[in-house]
Design a protein around this ligand. Structure first.
Ligand SMILES: Cc1cc2nc3c(=O)[nH]c(=O)nc-3n(C[C@H](O)[C@H](O)[C@H](O)COP(=O)(O)OP(=O)(O)OC[C@H]3O[C@@H](n4cnc5c(N)ncnc54)[C@H](O)[C@@H]3O)c2cc1C
Length: 392
């Protein structure tokens, strides 16, 4: 291995998922030099966080790439982003269309949007490439993170080669996801709730499912409630208008891609035979993990590194964009010399209650659904079920 490359910048960002990219855009636009280190050379083509709130779109407008984001979507413009809730299966007799984020649309300057997270990341990567203060190291992994009185230091290794880079900054931000190495190395503890529930994420193609759903008004997501799911859902979402879908469902703790019959589970949730071609099967654990604080000296954490929530309600990515904006302008203010001494600590003070409140809302929602479905059933008392909220 030769001499390491050395880079100095005001801010070092570890992790260039959506939140690290958004923070780099915020800082780059403010004229702050930063280095972004991201392991993946290209965004991973798995449609995770798709629902972007109107508030997130306001940030994209400020980042000068709202039009590019809307152009990257796979769904037709104006396609309703709300959902259908069905009892027992998507073929079941009992269903309703709860009001969604469209109810608050007029309070925002931008409309909400929906597209796979990897396309959102591509838009942000492109935007970043036009910002001179930002250096990107894609295909590099941050191996070691440390801080001292003078600054924060990162050693990064090139994944496809022998490159080594020593990066030094005044501040460092870990946007390196739920298993954050930065959080761990900074000694920031995190805690939360483990629901002890493994979930599958299947991505599949099926035109038949689209045809089955023609009985409903057009919608983007479809949630199936069943008493035996204990408050968790079978959940379908459109990735494109006609045939690509994702599907979440609770599964046994020992389920693997080899042991799980994903098409059979999809068929049960659909309540009808639907031919499907499953392209991806992955798993995630239903847990809430919230960092005790978001700062340790010169080191900060943002996005899933600071708060990981199950995707119920689609909060994770949107919350992460808020972190990036909140921390971004404060770092810029301090580095430009006009931010006061308490400004950077206000990041934890402002964001932590939001993380905790989101966790509480998700936990309460699961418990409420479980209690509701244990107590009420349309088969044994439709009027009572509807009055209690099962057919709103
Ligand atoms: C199935 C699923 C569905 C979801 N649906 C929604 C939704 O509808 N709406 C919503 O708002 N959220 C949703 N989320 C949550 C959303 O995907 C996450 O909140 C979001 O990805 C967080 O972004 P992030 O940048 O903080 O972390 P990540 O996306 O995890 O990115 C972290 C990045 O850091 C990189 N990295 C890690 N360690 C290192 C290292 N040492 N060196 C270099 N790079 C490193 C990784 O390669 C990765 O790119 C969903 C999540 C899942 C799992």
């Amino acid at each position: 291995m030769g001499e390491p490359r050395r880079i100095r910048a005001s801010v070092v960002i570890v992790g260039g998922g959506p939140v690290g990219l958004a923070l780099a855009v915020t800082l780059g636009k403010a004229g702050i030099s930063c280095v972004l280190i991201e392991r993946q050379t290209e965004p991973l083509a798995i449609p995770r966080g798709q629902n972007l709130t109107a508030r997130s779109l306001e940030h994209f407008y400020y980042w000068d790439c709202a039009d590019e984001l809307r152009a990257a979507r796979l769904m037709p413009p104006g396609f309703p982003v709300g959902g259908i809730t069905a009892y027992q299966s998507l073929s079941g007799e009992y269903w309703y269309t709860p009001a969604g984020r469209e109810t608050v649309a007029d309070f925002y300057y931008q409309r909400s949007e929906r597209l796979p997270q990897y396309l959102t990341e591509s838009v942000l990567r492109t935007r970043l490439s036009a910002l001179a203060p930002v250096t990107t190291l894609y295909g590099w992994t941050a191996e070691d993170v440390r801080q001292d009185a003078a600054g924060a230091h990162v050693t990064a290794l090139e994944d496809s080669g022998t490159g080594r880079c020593e990066i030094e900054g005044q501040y460092l931000v870990g946007c390196d996801g739920a298993h954050s190495r930065v959080r761990e190395q900074a000694g920031i503890a995190s805690r939360g709730a483990d629901f002890d529930q493994r979930m599958v994420l299947a991505v599949f193609r099926s035109r038949e499912l689209d045809r089955l759903l023609e009985r409903f008004p057009p919608r983007t997501t479809y949630r199936v409630l069943r008493p035996e799911l204990n408050g968790y859902w079978w959940f379908f979402g459109r990735v494109d208008p006609a045939e690509t879908w994702f599907f979440h469902a609770p599964v046994p703790s020992d389920a693997t891609a080899a042991s799980l019959d994903a098409p059979a589970l999809i068929e049960r949730a659909a309540g009808s035979r639907v031919a499907c071609d499953v392209g991806h099967v992955g798993f995630w654990d239903l847990r809430i993990d919230i960092a005790d604080r978001c700062r340790q000296g010169r080191v900060f954490i943002a996005g899933d590194a600071a708060h990981s929530h199950p995707p119920y309600g689609g909060h994770g990515l949107n919350t992460g964009f808020e972190d990036a904006v909140n921390l971004g302008w404060k770092l810029a203010a301090v580095l430009h010399g006009w931010g006061g001494p308490g400004l950077l600590d206000s990041y934890t003070l402002e964001r932590h209650p939001v993380f905790a409140g989101t966790g509480e809302a998700i936990t309460r929602g699961i418990a409420d659904d479980r209690a509701f479905l244990e107590r009420y059933s349309p088969e044994h008392g439709r009027g009572e079920f509807e009055r209690a909220g099962g057919s709103r």
